[in-house]
Design a protein around this ligand. Sequence first.
Ligand SMILES: Cc1cc2nc3c(=O)[nH]c(=O)nc-3n(C[C@H](O)[C@H](O)[C@H](O)COP(=O)(O)O)c2cc1C
Length: 179
Amino acid sequence: MILVISGTNRPGSNTRIVAGLAVDGLRAIGEEVELLDLAELPPEIFDPSSYAAKPAAFDRFQRAVLDADGILTVIPEYNGGFPGVMKYFIDMLRFPDSLFEKPAAFIGLSDGAWGALRGVEQLEMIFQYRNAHLYGRRVFIPRVSRALDAGGGLADPTLAKLFDEALAGFAVFCRRLAG
Ligand SMILES: Cc1cc2nc3c(=O)[nH]c(=O)nc-3n(C[C@H](O)[C@H](O)[C@H](O)COP(=O)(O)O)c2cc1C
């Protein structure tokens, strides 16, 4: 199973739309996929006591990460980085096994010109630190408000092709690492 993480908790985010495109694209090539939307994190997880004891409602998030054969994280650019809630989510995951040797891929998006390049590279450093196996091909979606068409698809066929190729390549990467 490939886990797609929508890496912000902002309601109505473009990140959630792009994560949905990734889920659809992976399913279209026959992959089993689950979506984790950080907007659905249980509010209790933000209580400082959660560092010591996780609320039961967090179990499905933890389990999805542990069960995944690969993790595709979609993040927006917030203040030149990835959203704080994404780091908090990682900090809440069981240590050290949660990301250990997990195939991991990244998609970034922003209103600005760089498609969250900085945020993706910051997040890659953290996954690398946690001994994940990083897939080299990233997708960056700049000017995201214009990049999405009225139906929520990618308006630019060149970008849509890159997006689909990255999904297909990541699926192969996950299978190869699974042995
Ligand atoms: C808190 C916050 C900070 C943001 N900072 C940046 C930024 O540094 N650079 C940028 O290009 N866009 C920035 N944006 C715009 C987002 O890239 C834009 O909202 C885009 O739709 C992706 O975010 P979303 O998934 O929340 O919709 C910011 C948006 C928010 C809510």
